[in-house]
Design a protein around this ligand. Structure first.
Ligand code: BES
Ligand code: MN
Ligand code: ZN
Length: 505
C-alpha cells in the first residue's frame, strides 16, 4: 500500500526519487505551455526556463501528458515529472479537483517502481490536496496477487504531498479522507479483479466479515439454509445452478448521534455466465466484474466507518454465481420473491435484478431514509452512456438530482435517466406478477422499472447502473487502471457525507 505524508519541505530540498510538477496549456496565442503554481522552486533550478525546456521537448500541457526530465543540479530529486493540467483556470479560480486527481494519477503510474515522489502540484485549498492525494494513491494501484513478485510491477511506495499544511486541521482531515477513500476504492478494485474461482459468494462473505469486523461493523451472513428459511426466492433462483451457493450479507455501520439512515444495496454476481440463457463467447470473459456493485457498497461502508461519519449506513451484498447446470433456473420458471411477488424468469441472464429485488425488499423493512442500489445491470446502459459514466434512475426526481450532484462533486461521471411508465407493460407476464425481461429498447430503464417495484412503500430510492465504468478494458488513463475501477465508491461516500450533514434531499 502506498503511504501518504504531508510535507512542509520545498520541492528543491526534499529527498525523493522524483518531483512532480504541473504544466498547463498556454493562453491562446501564447507560445508554449506554462508552469503551474507549486513548481516555482523547480522552475528556479532550471534557471526559470522550465516552460521553454518543456516546449522544446514537445510538451503542450494537455491533460494526461507526462514528460520526464533529468533534474538540474540544485534539486535533491534526480528526476522531474511534468504532468499536463489542460487549460489554465480563469484568474482567481483553481484547477478542478478532477483535473488534479487525474494528473496526480498519471504521475503516480509513471512512477511505478519508485520509492518516494514529491508532488508539487498547485494546492490552493485543502480540497486540492485531497484530490491530489486521492489521484496519487489511486494511480499507484496495481493488482499483482497472481503474479510472481508482481512480475516486476512495484507501485510507487510513498507520496509526499507538498504545499499542504500538515498542522492545519482542514489539511489533516483532507488527507485522512483521501487515504480512506482511495484505499477503499482500491479494496473494491481488488475484489473485482480477484478471479471468480477464488471470489465466490461464500469467500466474498468471509472477506466482508473479516474486514467488516476489523472496522467495527456489524456483519450478518445469510447462507443457503437461512435464505431458504427467509424466502429469498430471487437470490436462491439465481444461485441454484452453481456448485457454490449464494449468500446475502448485511454490513451495518452505526453512529450514536446519527439522525439519518441510508441503505446501500450492491449487485454481487461473482460470475455471470448468463445461466441457461448462456452468454455467447466474447461476452463472458470480463464477467467476474459483475459483483462491482457489491464491492463498491462494501468499500463505501468501510470508508464511512473509517471517517466516523455521523450517519447510520447499512450495506447489503446480494451474492450469487450465475451458472448453467441441471439445477439451474430455466427460462419459464416462476420464482417467489422475498417481497411475495412472483417473477417469471424469461431470460436467466437478467439475473442482477432478481438478486437486487430481494435485497432491496429486505433493506426496505428497516425503513431507511433512502435506498441506493449499485449494479453492473445492463449492457443497454453501456450502449446508452458508454464506458465512462453510470446512469442514475430514481423514484424521486429531487433525489436523482442530488445523487447526480454528489457524483459530480466526487469527480465521477454520470447522467440522470428516466423511468418511463410505458415500459412497464413489456414486463407483463401471463403467469406471474411480472417477468424479468421487457422491451429490448431502453433495456437499462426496463431493469430500473423492475427494481422500483421492490422498493418499500414511501421509501426514496435511486439506482446506479455502473455496467459501463465498473471495469476498464482499455489503456490506463489518469488514475484509472485496467480492470476494476472502484466506480461509485466516491459517490456513495459523498452520499453518506450528505446524509451525515442532514441534507440528503
Ligand atoms: N451483467 C450483465 C450486464 C453487463 C453487461 C455488465 C456488460 C457489464 C458489462 C447483466 O446481468 C446482463 O446480462 N444483462 C442483460 C439483460 C437482458 C438479458 C435483459 C443484458 O444487458 O444484455
Ligand atoms: Mn446477466
Ligand atoms: Zn449480470
Amino acid at each position: 500500500m502506498t503511504a501518504l505524508t504531508l510535507s512542509t519541505a520545498g520541492a528543491a530540498t526534499l529527498r525523493a526519487d522524483a518531483v512532480v510538477v504541473g504544466v498547463a496549456k498556454g493562453a491562446r496565442g501564447a507560445k508554449g505551455p506554462v508552469v503551474a503554481a507549486g513548481a516555482e522552486a523547480v522552475d528556479a533550478a532550471f534557471g526559470g526556463k522550465l516552460a521553454t525546456v518543456l516546449e522544446t521537448l514537445g510538451a503542450s500541457g494537455a491533460e494526461g501528458e507526462v514528460t520526464k526530465l533529468p533534474a538540474p543540479s540544485g534539486l535533491k530529486a534526480p528526476l522531474v515529472i511534468a504532468v499536463g493540467l489542460g487549460a489554465a483556470p480563469e484568474k482567481d479560480a483553481g484547477y478542478p479537483a478532477e483535473t488534479l486527481r487525474r494528473a496526480a494519477g498519471s504521475a503516480a503510474r509513471a512512477l511505478a517502481g519508485a520509492k518516494k515522489a514529491a508532488f508539487a502540484l498547485p494546492v490552493e485549498a485543502a480540497g486540492d490536496a485531497q484530490a491530489i492525494a486521492e489521484g496519487a494513491l489511486l494511480g499507484a494501484y496495481a493488482f499483482t496477487a497472481y503474479q510472481d513478485e508482481g512480475n516486476g510491477k512495484k507501485p510507487l511506495a510513498e507520496v509526499a504531498l507538498l504545499g499542504a499544511k500538515p498542522r492545519d486541521k482542514a489539511f489533516k482531515d483532507a488527507a485522512a479522507r483521501a487515504v480512506a477513500v482511495a484505499e477503499e476504492m482500491n479494496r473494491a478494485r481488488d475484489l473485482v479483479n480477484t478471479p471468480p474461482n477464488d471470489l465466490y459468494p461464500e469467500s466474498f462473505a468471509a472477506v466482508a466479515t473479516a474486514a467488516g469486523k476489523e472496522h467495527g461493523l456489524k456483519v450478518q451472513v445469510w447462507d443457503e439454509k437461512a435464505l431458504v428459511k427467509g424466502g429469498f426466492g430471487g437470490i436462491l433462483g439465481v444461485g441454484q445452478g452453481a456448485a457454490r451457493g449464494p449468500r446475502l450479507v448485511k454490513v451495518a455501520y452505526t453512529h450514536p448521534e446519527a439522525e439519518k439512515s441510508l441503505a446501500l444495496v450492491g449487485k454481487g454476481i461473482t460470475y455471470d455466465s448468463g445461466g441457461i440463457s448462456l452468454k455467447p463467447a466474447g461476452h463472458n470473459e470480463t464477467m467476474k466484474c459483475d459483483m462491482s456493485g457489491a464491492a463498491a457498497v462494501f468499500a463505501a461502508v468501510v470508508a464511512t466507518a473509517r471517517l466516523g461519519l455521523r450517519v447510520n449506513l447499512t450495506g447489503w451484498l446480494a451474492l450469487a454465481e450465475n451458472m448453467p447446470s441441471g439445477t439451474a433456473t430455466r427460462p419459464g420458471d416462476v420464482l417467489r420473491m422475498y417481497s411475495g411477488k412472483t417473477v417469471e424468469v424469461l431470460n436467466t441472464d437478467a439475473e442482477g435484478r432478481l438478486v437486487l429485488a430481494d435485497a432491496i425488499a429486505k433493506a426496505s423493512e428497516e425503513s431507511p431514509d433512502a435506498i441506493v442500489d449499485v449494479a453492473t445491470l445492463t449492457g443497454a446502459m453501456v450502449l446508452a452512456l458508454g464506458h465512462r459514466r453510470f446512469g442514475i434512475m430514481a423514484n424521486d426526481d429531487e433525489f436523482r438530482t442530488a445523487v447526480h450532484e454528489v457524483a459530480e462533486e466526487a469527480g465521477e461521471d454520470s447522467w440522470p435517466m428516466p423511468l418511463p411508465a410505458d415500459l412497464r407493460k413489456g414486463m407483463d407476464s401471463p403467469t406471474a406478477d411480472i417477468a424479468n425481461m421487457g422491451d429490448r429498447m431502453g433495456g437499462g430503464l426496463v431493469a430500473g422499472l423492475f427494481l422500483k417495484e421492490f422498493v418499500g412503500e414511501g421509501i426514496t430510492w435511486a439506482h446506479l447502473d455502473i455496467a459501463g465504468p465498473a471495469f476498464h478494458e482499455g489503456a490506463p488513463f489518469g488514475y484509472t487502471p485496467k480492470g476494476g475501477t472502484g466506480s461509485a465508491v466516491r459517490t456513495l461516500v459523498g452520499l453518506a457525507e450528505r446524509a451525515a450533514d442532514g441534507d440528503l434531499g
